[in-house]
Ligand binder design. Structure first.
Ligand SMILES: Cc1cc2nc3c(=O)[nH]c(=O)nc-3n(C[C@H](O)[C@H](O)[C@H](O)COP(=O)(O)O)c2cc1C
Length: 164
């Protein structure tokens, strides 16, 4: 790290506030590992490349979903609909083992579950993993997408949900 970067690091509170101003969609990243369904709420999701089709998600290093994804090496990014704010909260609750209780699921092409009622599902195999500080940056190669254009997406900004 350069001396400038060390001296100029923002206060965590200010950094959070700035990043929270960036409106993002809300996803649930799901994995099936050893027959067990695992998943968590993720807003750090982006497309990376069209050819080949690549996307990325960032997961905290202590995430249980990250541990399962590293083993399964396949995952599904479920982009939530405007009426799925309760699911976003449920899949973010620390230590909750009943995260899938609120939703029906079906198995995708790679085994990872697709949540019913989502705006879109992006099914991936793990392509690369990169160091992202206290998060891991996971790049997925997209195997299949399922889209429901009739649904409006859920948006997360400044700590709350919006619908568009
Ligand atoms: C709207 C929202 C967005 C979130 N985005 C992320 C994210 O991008 N990456 C992440 O690691 N955690 C994110 N979280 C927090 C995780 O969902 C939460 O820490 C969860 O308990 C982790 O579960 P796990 O350890 O079972 O994977 C988000 C939570 C909410 C409510």
């Amino acid at each position: 790290m350069s001396a400038v970067a060390r001296d100029m690091a923002p206060e965590p509170h200010d950094f959070r506030k700035a990043m929270g101003s960036f409106a993002a969609g809300v996803t649930v990243v799901t994995v099936c590992h050893d027959g067990r369904l695992v998943g968590t709420t993720v807003s750090a999701f982006s497309s990376v490349s069209m050819d080949p089709p690549l996307v990325m998600v960032c997961l905290k290093r202590d995430s249980r979903t990250l541990a399962a994804l590293g083993q399964a090496r396949t995952f599904c990014v479920n982009i939530l609909a405007s009426d799925q704010g309760d699911l976003a909260h449920r899949f973010a609750r620390s230590g909750a083992d009943d995260r899938f209780a609120l939703t029906a699921v079906k198995a995708g092409v790679c085994g990872a579950p697709l949540l019913s009622g989502a705006v879109a599902a992006v099914e991936c195999e793990l392509h690369a993993a990169h160091d992202g500080g206290d998060h891991e940056i996971l790049v997925g190669r997209v195997l299949r997408v399922v889209v429901d254009e009739a649904k409006a997406p859920l948006v997360y900004v400044r700590g709350g949900f919006l619908t568009i």
